[in-house]
Design a protein around this ligand. Structure first.
Ligand SMILES: [Zn+2]
Ligand SMILES: [Zn+2]
Length: 372
């Protein structure tokens, strides 16, 4: 049977490449077969959908042929080789590095016992989406000047937002809540666990009402009782002056909305600073080089050099050697915390003239006679 790849990734048909990628990362992470609660079949399906929707050519063909895509492929191209569900991990290696740690934690597997550990230590707090909304990661690209001065970046992300119809409560309008049958309204359930250490009585958050003690009589039709829907949201991120490459900002509460009005996840924005055409950054200092003529080097001069906030003038002392470095105090990058400033270092390169006029040659010969 043909598949609806948009449905599988839970993205609208006009989703951007970024949206597709984000949806894929989140779902692939959720259903990864190595993960507890993972689903290999679903994971393969997600991968397959991503292979198509992330490739503009394949996506176009899929959009054009709609749900008959696989058939048209096999007819037109003499058999489609099929998708290997495990290819192309490169795109979300970062997502998975964090999740391996979680796997390490779930090694406390005494059959049901790990849940107690999770409750005690907060391991796997996001398991099943019970405790809070998912965290979201985004990447932001900045120029060196933007990183040095700070800026406010507005981004749009596709994420879970509080359902506007039920205000996140998950209950249909006109309907109300009833006491949870599993915990009788207490919000927690007690379980006795027999382990090698003896018996434990552990209180756990009630899985049915997520600790609220009540559940909707009738679920909201807009969000299916989840209390949240997927939508685009514009977010303004204030990037502080002085942020370095690979620096990460944590925006508390701006991740996915939590299930039925509980705490939202966080948004992590990782900064990537573009390579600058002539500045190199080391900490709060910046480095560049400039060329001067040998007469400027000999006699000294006042020249213009680039700086983060435009050009500045630099006094070249007479007799400077090629390769010497001049420091421009406080022309570097604002320190992220103490608001002090780094310096700019300009390396002077003295050009040796290769072509000159007859007159210049005569003058140079005279200079040579002078011993210069
Ligand atoms: Zn709703
Ligand atoms: Zn309950």
């Amino acid at each position: 049977m043909a598949k609806d790849y948009y449905n599988i990734l839970n993205v609208p048909r006009n989703a951007s490449g970024d949206q597709v990628k984000r949806a894929y990362r989140r779902l692939a992470n959720q259903y990864h077969p190595d993960k507890k609660g993972g689903d290999e079949k679903k994971f393969k399906e997600i991968n397959e959908a991503y292979q198509i929707l992330s490739d503009p050519a394949k996506k176009q063909q899929y959009d054009q042929f709609g749900t008959t895509f696989e058939q048209s492929q096999s007819q037109d191209q003499g058999g489609y080789s099929g998708f290997n569900g495990f290819q192309d991990f490169s795109g979300f290696a970062d997502t998975f590095s964090g999740f391996k740690q979680k796997q390490g934690q779930t090694e406390y597997n005494f059959g049901g016992f790990e849940d107690i550990f999770q409750d005690i230590f907060g391991f796997g707090a996001k398991k099943g989406g019970v405790q809070k909304g998912e965290d979201i990661s985004v990447d932001l690209e900045l120029t060196l000047e933007e990183a040095a001065q700070g800026k406010i970046e507005e981004i749009e992300i596709y994420k879970r937002v509080v359902c506007p119809k039920c205000k996140g409560e998950g209950v249909e309008q006109g309907s109300s809540f009833k006491t949870c049958s599993q915990c009788q309204g207490k919000g927690e359930v007690k379980t006795t666990q027999r382990t090698v250490f003896g018996s434990f009585v552990a209180a756990r958050i009630c899985p049915q009402c997520h600790g609220e003690g009540k559940i909707p009589e009738k679920s909201c039709g807009n969000c299916g009782g989840d209390g949240r829907i997927r939508n685009n949201e514009k977010i303004k991120i204030k990037i502080p002056a002085g942020i370095d490459n690979r620096g990460t900002l944590r925006l508390s509460g701006l991740g996915d909305a939590g299930k039925r009005g509980i705490q939202p996840g966080d948004l992590y924005a990782t900064i990537h600073i573009k390579k600058h055409p002539y500045f190199e950054r080391k900490g709060d200092d910046i480095f560049c080089q400039t060329k001067i003529s040998f007469t400027q080097a000999t006699l000294g001069d006042k020249i213009k050099v680039p700086a983060l906030e435009g050009e500045v003038s630099l006094k070249v002392p007479a007799g400077i050697e090629s390769g010497q470095i001049i420091r421009l105090k406080s022309k570097g990058i604002t320190h992220l915390r103490n608001r002090g400033k780094g310096d700019e270092f300009v390396k002077i390169i003295v050009k040796t003239p290769k072509r000159f006029s007859r007159k210049a040659k005569e003058l140079l010969k005279d200079l040579k006679k002078e011993g210069l």
